[in-house]
Design a protein around this ligand. Structure first.
Ligand SMILES: [Zn+2]
Length: 490
């Protein structure tokens, strides 16, 4: 059984999985293990594939050396999680496990707490399984770890089907409410070495140069989404606010004015910069990754809207986070340590021979259970490996929406555009405050061309679309109604 996944024009084989920074995994040399999988990008859903697929992972870290301050912060976070259960209408929000039925967001399901403590470290996790329509399931696990020197919140979102089925599952994942609350507690949350920030604005040449340094920094661990303004406007209105909100904790977002674009270009060069209304994702590891760019022309040609573009970028960055945000090692250390300590405690209690024998029996039966559990875990592990492969294939190949707004081919030369003497036609499809939005079209068939001496907005639109203004003449059709039709002799 296999599902043909539409090949994305620019997709590349997905290679080594990267850890610790939110960066797309990709093959770095042709000899990589998956480099041969390029043709057609068919991938198979194993028959035993079912269960859940991780769709996003958050890792928030706050260094606090003071023990009291750390435990106060953890109490606050646990309070936010309990509040969430109250909002979800849990039958008993203070219980260790139970059910909830929320009318407001029409969800129901189960919740469960787990916890472990070891020496001065602790781990607590809330897992919420929601049952959605059509047998779909959504799972949110939020864990809070006291590492003895920091507070780490690690969260995963997973979606899937309750019964096993061979079908891709689409779920619109969104940032869980408690994560927003946790990020609102203070401004010192980090992912790796990069501080998690709200929406920023970068203004002026010097700030642009500094932004370039930040983009190139090898210690950056979060994607940085840059939205460039053209004449003081974003091409997709309010994209900055929508993206920074939906990707809070997973990517930092900044709007840059034209001065900052110049500063960026000075340092990075034209091909790796972002200007004239373009939108770009700078992934961590500047030298190794491609940084997708959507220029205004591309956005115009694909009829991009703020809503479509936001949904596409959100799901893309979330999928990358699911593959790359690493679960804190402390969790396993705390859980193992706590189990060992419990065992030791039991041993100390055992005095008599009878007690020892009873203990030995219990130990043997526990051992059998553990062996069985181990087998199950190995099976689970192999399933997860399959799932990871599928996820990697998805990351490279499966567009979340039917009509994806493809990025420009950033590594290649830009289209050189019209040659000297060529005639091309452009049509107005909308306008902003300062310019008309133009796309290239074919001739309308009329012959009523009128010279356009002023038409500053139209000319500016053509310049932005083509990237040049070295035309010989620009004429307007007197017969066409609706959006204006323009004939340009280059
Ligand atoms: Zn016409």
């Amino acid at each position: 059984m296999s599902i043909d996944v539409r090949h994305r024009r620019h997709s590349r084989p997905v290679g080594r999985l990267c850890v610790h920074d939110l960066t797309p995994a990709r093959a770095r040399d042709a000899s990589g293990p998956s480099a041969t999988r390029d043709s057609g990008f068919l991938f198979r859903w194993r028959v035993r594939y079912s269960a859940m697929q991780k769709v996003a992972a958050y890792r928030l870290e706050h260094n606090i050396t003071d023990d009291d301050a750390r435990s106060a912060e953890i109490d606050e976070i646990i309070g936010l999680l309990r509040k969430w259960l109250v909002e979800k209408r849990a039958d008993d929000p203070s219980a260790n496990e139970g059910e909830f039925r929320s009318e407001r967001d029409d969800s129901s399901g189960r919740f469960e707490w787990q916890q472990s403590e070891y020496e001065r470290r602790s781990w607590r996790m809330l897992r919420l399984s929601e049952e959605l329509a059509q047998g779909r399931q959504f799972e949110t696990s939020i864990s809070v770890t006291d590492t003895g020197r920091s507070v780490v919140v690690y969260t995963t979102l997973a979606s899937g089907l309750i019964s096993s089925a061979v079908t891709p599952v689409r779920t619109e994942a969104r940032c869980p409410r408690p994560i927003r609350g946790i990020l609102d507690l203070h401004t010192s949350w980090y992912h790796g070495t990069t501080r998690i920030q709200g929406l920023r604005r970068t203004e002026g040449h010097e700030a642009g140069r500094q932004l370039a340094d930040e983009i190139r920094s090898s210690s950056r661990t979060l994607p940085l989404i840059v939205i460039s303004e053209d004449d003081g406007e974003q091409f997709l209105p309010k994209l900055d606010k929508k993206l920074s909100r939906s990707l809070l904790g997973l990517a930092n977002v900044t709007v840059i004015d034209e001065g900052a674009s110049w500063g960026l270009t000075d340092v990075l060069g034209k091909g790796r910069s972002c200007y004239w209304g373009a939108i770009r994702i700078y992934w961590p590891r500047y030298d190794e990754n491609r940084h997708q760019i959507w220029r205004v022309r591309r956005l115009l040609d694909s009829g991009a809207t703020t809503e479509r573009f936001e949904a596409q970028i959100r799901s893309h960055v979330m999928r990358v986070s699911a593959l790359s945000a690493v679960r804190p090692k402390d969790i396993d250390q705390i859980r193992r340590g706590s189990d060992r300590a419990r065992m030791q405690h039991v041993q100390e209690q055992l005095k008599s021979r009878e007690e020892w024998e009873a203990y030995a029996e219990m130990y043997a039966s526990d051992n059998t259970k553990l062996l069985q559990k181990n087998e199950r875990l190995e099976e689970e592990n192999s399933r997860l490996r399959d799932e990871l492969q599928n996820a990697q294939a998805l990351l490279g190949a499966l567009p979340e929406h039917d009509e994806e707004i493809l990025p420009d081919r950033a590594d290649e030369e830009e289209d050189p555009g019209p040659t000297k003497g060529e005639i091309r036609y452009y049509k107005k499809i909308g306008s902003s405050r300062k310019m008309d939005k133009m796309v290239e079209t074919s001739a309308c068939g009329h012959s009523a061309w009128q010279s356009a001496h002023k038409a500053d907005k139209a000319k500016k639109g053509i310049e932005r679309y083509v990237g040049r203004r070295d035309w010989k003449s620009v004429q307007h059709c007197g017969s066409c109604t609706g959006g204006g039709m323009w004939k340009v002799q280059w």
